[in-house]
Design a protein around this ligand. Structure first.
Ligand code: SAM
Length: 383
C-alpha cells in the first residue's frame, strides 16, 4: 500500500530549506515549553512526515511530545503514550490550544484565591524558594492537580518549565534559587551548594514569570489537530484502547540501561503531586534489569503497536546505546523486532547530516567512540 514510504532520502533532501526556514518560526516555541531529557530533534519526525500522505501518527514512547508536535505542524492527527507523568504533562501541552490571556488569567485566579494547601517544610524548601514564592507554587500545585481545561494543561507545563533554573541578573526567569533547569539537584547537595556560597532565595513573582513565559511561548501557536497524550505503559496497549488506526509510528524507546528520569526531575515530579523528596523506588520504565527482559519488553510494544496500525504502516525508530551499557543497538533493536509483523526496510546512522545532537550526549557522559545512534525504518506487513 505505501511501498515507497520507507525510502525517504529524496523527501528528506527536499525538506532542508523548509526546516531552515522554520528554525526561527515563533510557532516552534511551544515545543520548548519545558525541558525533559532525551528529546530527539524536531527535524527527525518532521522529515518523516512532511510531504507524506495524511494519517494518524503514534509515538508509544512520546517523552515531551516532539513527534506529536511535528504531527501538529504538518496538520496530522496524533497520539502520544508515555509512562512518565512529567513527560505526559509536557506532551499534553504540545497539543493544546489556548491564549496568553487565558493562561495568565487562570494563573492569576489561582495565586489570588486558592489557599496554599500543603506547603512542604524543611531546610531544602527554605533554601530553594522564598516562602511567598513557595506558597504560590503550592497554590498552583494544588489547583492543577486535576487539570480540566486546555488553559490548565498549558499553565501546568509552563510552571514545570520555570520551576527551577539559573538566577539571572535582570528579571527572574525561574522560580527557584540557583539550580540547573534541565534537572533538579538532589536536596542535600543543593543545600550544601547554597549554604557554602551564601546564595539565599529571593522573592520571585510567580504571575510575572508565568506572564513573560506565556507571552514568549504562546505568541504563535500552530493550528490544533485531533489527538491526545495518555499516561500508560506501552507494553499493555490494547487494540480497543484506540478508535483510530495509525499510519505512522515515530519513536525512540529508552536505551538499554537508562534509568527513569523521575529522580532527576524530582522537583517537577513533586509539582505534579509526587512526594517532597527524591523517590528512588519508583522506576517503572522499560530499561532494566536484564538485556533479554528489555528486548522482550520492546518486542511486546512493537507487537501491540502493530495491532493498532493500518496495513502498510511505517515504523521509524531512533535507537542507540549509553556509554555505561555498551551493547550493539542494532542487534538489540533487530532482536526486539524479530517475531513481530514489522519488516525492516532501511537502517541509517542518526548522527549524520543535520539531525542535531545525539540523545545519548544529553546524559552528560563523555560519549565513547563506540556509541552509535541509528534510525531504523520498518513497514507493517500486509496481513
Ligand atoms: C528516549 S525518551 C523519548 C523522548 C522523546 N522522543 C522526546 O522527544 O521527548 C523514552 C521515553 O520512553 C518512556 N518510557 C519508558 N518505558 C516506557 C513504557 N513501558 N511505556 C511507555 N513509555 C515508556 C520514558 O518515560 C521516556 O519518556
Amino acid at each position: 500500500m505505501h511501498a515507497n514510504r520507507t525510502d525517504r532520502d529524496v523527501a528528506a533532501s527536499n525538506m532542508e530549506p523548509w526546516l531552515k526556514r522554520r528554525c526561527s518560526d515563533p510557532q516552534l516555541r511551544l515545543n520548548a515549553i519545558s525541558p525533559y531529557y532525551t528529546m530527539f530533534p524536531l527535524a527527525f519526525p518532521l522529515r518523516v512526515l512532511a510531504g507524506a500522505e495524511r494519517g494518524w501518527v503514534l509515538d508509544p514512547f512520546c517523552g515531551r511530545g516532539t513527534t506529536n508536535f511535528a504531527a501538529r505542524l504538518v496538520g496530522f492527527p496524533t497520539v502520544g503514550v508515555d509512562i512518565n507523568p512529567i513527560a505526559v504533562a509536557i506532551a499534553q501541552a504540545k497539543l493544546a490550544s489556548t491564549t496568553v490571556h487565558g493562561v495568565v488569567a487562570r494563573c492569576q485566579q489561582i495565586v489570588e484565591s486558592e489557599a496554599p494547601g500543603d506547603v512542604p517544610d524543611g531546610e531544602f524548601w527554605r533554601w530553594c524558594f522564598h516562602q511567598k514564592t513557595l506558597e504560590d507554587v503550592c497554590r498552583l500545585r494544588q489547583a492543577l492537580s486535576d487539570v480540566q481545561t486546555e488553559e490548565d494543561i498549558v499553565l501546568r507545563a509552563l510552571v514545570l518549565g520555570v520551576l527551577h533554573g539559573p538566577r539571572n541578573k535582570g528579571l527572574p526567569s525561574y522560580l527557584s534559587n540557583q539550580m540547573p533547569r534541565t534537572y533538579a539537584t538532589k536536596p542535600d547537595a543543593a543545600v550544601r551548594y547554597w549554604k557554602s556560597r551564601e546564595i539565599h532565595p529571593v522573592y520571585v513573582d510567580v504571575l510575572d514569570v508565568v506572564r513573560r513565559r506565556a507571552e514568549h511561548v504562546l505568541s504563535h501557536v500552530p493550528d490544533k489537530v485531533p489527538g491526545f497524550v495518555r499516561l500508560a505503559d506501552s507494553r499493555t496497549l490494547a487494540p480497543d484502547d484506540f478508535a483510530m488506526r495509525f499510519r505512522y509510528v515515530i519513536t525512540s524507546p529508552p536505551y538499554f540501561g537508562m534509568k527513569t528520569y523521575v529522580s532527576d526531575h524530582w522537583l517537577r515530579h513533586w509539582f505534579l503531586g509526587g512526594p517532597p523528596y527524591v523517590d528512588y523506588a519508583s522506576d517503572p520504565q522499560l530499561g532494566r534489569p536484564s538485556l533479554p527482559a528489555f528486548i522482550e519488553g520492546l518486542r511486546e510494544v512493537w507487537t501491540r503497536v502493530s495491532q493498532v496500525c493500518e496495513p502498510g504502516a511505517l515504523l521509524v525508530v531512533r535507537f542507540g546505546a549509553i556509554p555505561s551499557y555498551e551493547v550493539d543497538p542494532v542487534e538489540v533493536l533487530r532482536a526486539s523486532l524479530s517475531g513481530t509483523p514489522w519488516k525492516e526496510r532501511r537502517l541509517c546512522d542518526a548522527g549524520s547530516a543535520s539531525n542535531g545532537r545525539r540523545q545519548a550526549d544529553q546524559f552528560q557522559f563523555v560519549r565513547s567512540r563506540s556509541t552509535l545512534e541509528v534510525d531504523l525504518y520498518a513497514s507493517l506487513e500486509e496481513a
